[in-house]
Design a protein around this ligand. Structure first.
Ligand code: ADP
Length: 709
């Protein structure tokens, strides 16, 4: 559809490409076809010249021989030699020129009719009814009165070969006529030669006599007839012979109407040989060339158009993307400003108020808004990780019950707020414990549930159903279904939901809020877990989001449950770290205050360093006092990385073993790796979560580092 639109709007560019190629093809066609045509003409002329020379040589040599025999005979007549003596001479001549070594392979025989007597060099005895005076050669020579006469070609009665006769009247020195001498010449070699003429495949040879009569032609009706009686352009050709000597590559309509090209050459006494070539075969190479060029041009033009459209499409796409990103930015700014507004406004009200009830109300709202803001920021962070290909899963062992509890903690109060019915069903065959990325799995379920909550009106139904599908090898395939009775989503909007920054309807964000990232992130996470996410929904009849995940079955996991307890924010009750001492390196006062307040009731003693340098000095001065160090990264004077390297490099008993935990808002994998690379043991993310901080403290303070000191 997109491509069609692009074609429609950019047809002039595409047309231009095709026109350019068409012009290129035409120009090269004309150029090359001229070359080919000239080449054909040269080849045609050259081969005709060779034929002309060969054929006319044969006839002229015979003419020469004939003149020679005439002269000898006239000498003999002048010296009064008898007919008998003349016959001997004719026989010798005949034998000589018919011998194997004959210089005239076309020679047939020589004979004369002298003083009323038949003298035949070949020894042929004429039948009694043979009247020499009635033969064409005799009549012709008689009429030519001393000049040589060339007969019409005729078929020899004895051999069936095509021949012509040369004949001439014989005189003595006194001018007295004694008879006629004649030589018969085979035309076969010449006619074969002509018939075999071939230029450009389909051409054929033609032999024309001195009276413009056909001697050899492809059409068997034509030999014997004269040109002006034949069809096509033959009458015109006859006219041309009267003015032109050679005819080269002239366009010509053959007698059967074929568009042709002709070549003609005179060979002898007004005779012509020629070749007639149908133009189709003459130009076949040119046509092939045109076809090849055309196809090639079309192919190239198509490729160019394809590339053109692709680059246009890419341009349109990037424009669309930047548009969708800028609407996203506008939406983000709105999403962030709204809670910020609540935080600032509520803080103002709380400051001015003296009523403890009102102050508590304000603080609750501030806390809600902050959590919401954190959610938005986390979404953006996740999305940017996904776009940079940096989202990675980590595996932990956990129970399904623990996972559900984690999800419910987040979602329960929202559901209560809207008085919705929430049911959870876990099939019996779903393993009790799993090995997967618990946080990410919880994130997807929470996201689907909070969408269900958001888009379902008060009092509606929401259900979560976990099933087990057939295993895939040693992986357990789970199917999660989140069903609601909410507003639903139309068919056409459904496929868009999983794209970044897309919401079913722009107006929805105004009503319900949201960044349009949740489902895109969920899709990515589900895919990384080897699963698929899909939706079944109808507007007004609720939606069901279904996703699958490939996980490993965990061992019954008391340790994991223990792990969950680590994150329990209530776990810190009751001075559990009494007697422990930690060093906190943090330059921002509010952050110091937050940590101190978080750990207020745990009994831990906290020493403060305001930058890395101070932390190093304090550790160097009293290293044995500390159980662990919380190290901020970005600090003036000396940052957390350098301070850690400095401490690890000190020549003190605990320099290598004191647990150092980074406190940083940079939670990308590289940041964490960088922390470890400079010698830190672990990290906690900002904003600080009480449960997480306590968990780390349990791990590192109770690990007994102090004992070793
Ligand atoms: P948001 O943060 O905007 O909710 P999501 O990617 O989670 O982003 O959802 C994208 C859009 O999908 C929502 O804005 C909404 O239009 C639609 N949507 C998601 N879940 C539901 C649901 N359960 N019922 C109706 N519409 C939904």
């Amino acid at each position: 559809m997109k491509a069609k639109e692009l074609l429609k709007t950019n047809y002039h560019q595409i047309l231009l490409v095709f026109m350019a190629f068409l012009t290129m093809v035409l120009v090269s066609y004309f150029y090359v076809s001229n070359i080919v045509q000239r080449q054909m003409q040269i080849i045609g002329d050259a081969s005709m010249d060779i034929t002309q020379t060969a054929v006319s040589a044969s006839l002229m040599e015979t003419e020469l021989l004939f003149a020679n025999v005439v002269q000898t005979m006239e000498n003999m007549l002048a010296t009064g030699e008898t007919n008998q003596e003349l016959l001997v001479y004719l026989r010798e001549t005949n034998t000589y020129f018919n011998a194997a070594r004959s210089p005239l392979p076309d020679f047939m025989k020589v004979y004369a009719y002298v003083r009323g007597e038949w003298l035949d060099g070949s020894g042929w005895v004429p039948p009694p009814d043979f009247v020499p005076e009635s033969r064409p050669w005799h009549i012709g020579a008689e009429n030519n009165n001393g000049r040589i006469f060339f007969s019409e070609p005729y078929i020899d009665a004895e051999t069936g070969e095509m021949c012509i006769s040369f004949s001439q009247k014989l005189f003595d020195y006194h001018g007295k006529a004694h008879g006629i001498l004649a030589v018969d010449l085979r035309l076969t070699r010449i006619t074969n030669y002509v018939r075999d003429q071939r230029i450009a495949g389909n051409g054929y040879g033609v032999l024309i006599g001195d009276r413009m009569n056909f001697i050899v032609h492809r059409n068997p009706d034509l030999p014997g007839r004269i040109m002006s009686e034949a069809g096509g352009d033959y009458p015109r050709l006859a006219e041309m012979f009267s003015t032109e000597n050679k005819i080269s590559a002239v366009r010509f309509n053959d007698e059967d109407g074929t568009d042709s090209v002709i070549y003609f050459r005179p060979i002898f006494q007004g005779w012509h040989i020629g070749v007639i070539i149908p133009r189709v075969s003459y130009y076949s190479e040119v046509f092939t060339l045109a076809a090849v060029l055309g196809v090639l041009g079309l192919f190239l033009a198509s490729i160019l158009c394809y590339l053109l459209i692709r680059s246009l499409a890419a341009k349109v796409r990037s424009e669309e993307e930047s548009l969708s990103k800028s609407t996203f930015l506008a939406r983000m700014s709105h999403e962030m400003r709204t809670p910020m507004n609540a935080i600032i406004g509520m803080a103002d009200i709380a400051q001015m108020s003296t009523d403890p009830g009102k102050m508590k109300y304000c603080l609750t709202r501030i806390s809600d808004a902050s959590n919401h803001l954190l959610g938005v920021i986390n979404d953006v962070l996740d999305m940017s990780k996904i776009e940079a290909g940096k989202l990675e899963l980590s595996e932990t062992d956990f129970t399904v019950a623990g996972l559900l509890r984690q999800v419910e903690t987040v979602i329960a109060f929202k559901i209560e707020e809207k008085q919705q019915r929430f049911t959870v069903e876990v099939d019996r065959d779903v393993p009790r414990a799993l090995v997967a990325d618990r946080q990410r799995l919880a994130q997807v379920i929470t996201n689907l549930l909070s969408n269900a909550n958001k888009f379902t009106p008060k009092g509606g139904d929401i259900a979560l159903w976990i099933r087990r599908l057939p295993d895939d090898g040693n992986l357990c395939v789970l199917r999660f279904e989140v069903q609601d009775s909410g507003i639903g989503i139309s068919q056409e909007q459904q496929p868009k939901l999983f794209q970044s920054f897309e919401q079913a309807d722009g107006s929805i964000s105004r009503k319900y809020g949201g960044t349009g990232l949740g489902l895109a992130i969920s899709k990515r996470i589900v895919e990384m877990m080897g699963g698929k996410i899909s939706i079944e929904s109808e507007p007004g009849r609720g939606s069901t989001f279904i996703f699958t995940a490939r996980v490993r079955e965990g061992v019954a996991a008391p340790d994991a449950e223990h792990g969950e307890n680590l994150f329990d924010p209530n776990a810190g009750q009751g001075r559990i770290f009494a007697g422990n001492r930690l060093l906190l390196a943090e330059d921002v006062e509010i952050n110091r205050e937050i940590l101190i307040t978080l750990l207020e009731n745990t009994g831990v003693q906290i020493d403060i360093a305001e930058n890395g340098r101070e932390a190093c000095d304090m550790f160097a001065a009293a290293q044995e006092k500390y159980d662990m160090i919380f190290m901020d990264i970005h600090m003036p004077e000396m940052d957390g990385y350098e301070a850690t390297r400095c401490i690890r490099g000190m020549n003190l008993p605990r320099a290598g073993t004191i647990p150092i935990v980074a406190m940083t808002a940079n939670v990308f994998r590289e940041d964490i790796e960088k922390c470890r690379a400079c010698g830190m043991d672990d990290h906690v993310g900002k904003p600080l979560e009480k449960g997480e901080v306590l968990a780390k403290m349990r791990i590192y303070m109770n690990a007994g580092n102090r004992v070793s000191g």
